[in-house]
Design a protein around this ligand. Structure first.
Ligand code: SF4
Ligand SMILES: [Zn+2]
Ligand SMILES: [Zn+2]
Length: 323
């Protein structure tokens, strides 16, 4: 197969776009798509500083790379969760993030458009060091060994990412959710008609009451395109998923949508983009949840609807009481 732009051998064929590209042209096409999404959904401006939630996986490192190549001021945040899984999952993920950012530390990297010799920073924060328990340990104590640690993990990650974005003055928190992730989440929310979640789902969640703006610049790119981008760009990422993700419902939804996509190229993209269009046209306007009355948590100061402590602080009180 030949590249549509130059006739060289193509490295990827994107059937949903009827577009095959060589390594060079694909490496240029991806950032151009991300730039379009940033503008289309008014994610942030060139003057704003963005914090990328870097997990060491392909999506977040590709996202960080793309934002830097586009000339944006994007730093990274790695949250050490203390997950081992028999292969030091958290340690390995952190090393991938460190290796990624170290490429930019050697100055004069022509890939980074930084007129003031600015280089990106990786903020590293270890949950076990800061709070005295890893995610699995915290979950074990509050759930008494039942179920996966994912809800505890999600709560801690949301709180800490928001805290760092706010404390360090970033305008937006960028996550590496790709179109496959977003379509699977949409599918899950639609299966159970979670209209509240559907009303909030989208490429941008505006800042509100002390919560940082959240953006998903990769939301129009397929997961396989992000893997191909990492290959083309020589980005080394952690291949293994978190050991607790095995058997997750979202993975089953992804597989179903992948089967639909195989039979009908573009089905997954149409599903997600038509949803965004319907939302823009007001289809969920009657289901917008009115903003809850927030006040500052007595302990950490982050916004909460609870009368005294936020869910994050209550969690750690319970974890400590089980020590
Ligand atoms: S799979 Fe669960 S435990 Fe692992 S990172 Fe995701 S939310 Fe956390
Ligand atoms: Zn080409
Ligand atoms: Zn709190």
């Amino acid at each position: 197969m030949k590249c549509r732009k130059c006739g060289e051998t193509a490295v990827i064929n994107m059937r949903q776009h009827k577009l095959a590209l060589c390594a060079d042209h694909f490496g240029q096409w991806v950032p151009a798509q991300v730039e379009k999404s940033i503008h289309k959904y008014k994610m942030f401006t060139p003057e704003e500083r963005v914090l990328v939630a870097a997990s060491g996986g392909k999506d977040s490192l590709a996202l960080w790379d793309i934002l830097l190549r586009l000339g944006y001021h994007a730093d990274g945040l790695y949250l050490g969760l203390g997950i081992d899984g028999g292969f030091d999952y958290s340690g390995e993920s952190q090393r991938k993030c460190e290796a990624f950012v170290s490429k930019f530390e050697s100055s004069n990297n022509p890939e980074v458009a930084s007129p003031d010799s600015w280089t990106p920073t990786l903020h590293i924060l270890s949950i076990p060091e800061l709070y005295g328990a890893s995610i699995p340990q915290a979950a074990q104590r509050v759930q008494r060994g039942r179920g996966k640690p994912c809800s505890v993990c999600g709560l801690i990650k949301r709180h800490e990412m928001n805290r760092i974005a706010h404390d360090l003055g970033y305008s937006a928190l960028a996550t590496g959710h790709n179109l496959d992730d977003e379509a699977a989440a949409l599918f899950g929310n639609t299966m159970t008609w979670q209209v509240g979640y559907l009303a909030r789902q989208g490429p941008v969640l505006p800042a509100q009451d002390g919560f940082a703006r959240k953006i998903k610049p990769l939301c129009r790119l397929y997961e396989r395109e992000m893997a191909a981008y990492c290959l083309v760009r020589g980005i080394d990422y952690i291949y293994e998923e978190c050991p607790y993700s095995l058997g997750a419902t979202s993975i089953a939804h992804k597989e179903l949508l992948a089967e639909l996509e195989r039979r009908s190229p573009g089905a997954r993209q149409n599903f997600y983009l038509s949803f965004l269009k319907a939302k823009e046209e007001g289809f969920l306007d009657d289901h917008q949840v009115p903003p809850a009355r927030m006040h500052a948590c007595e302990r950490c100061g982050q916004p909460t609807t609870a009368p005294d402590l936020c869910a994050f602080c209550r969690l750690w009180v319970r974890v400590k009481s089980q020590e």
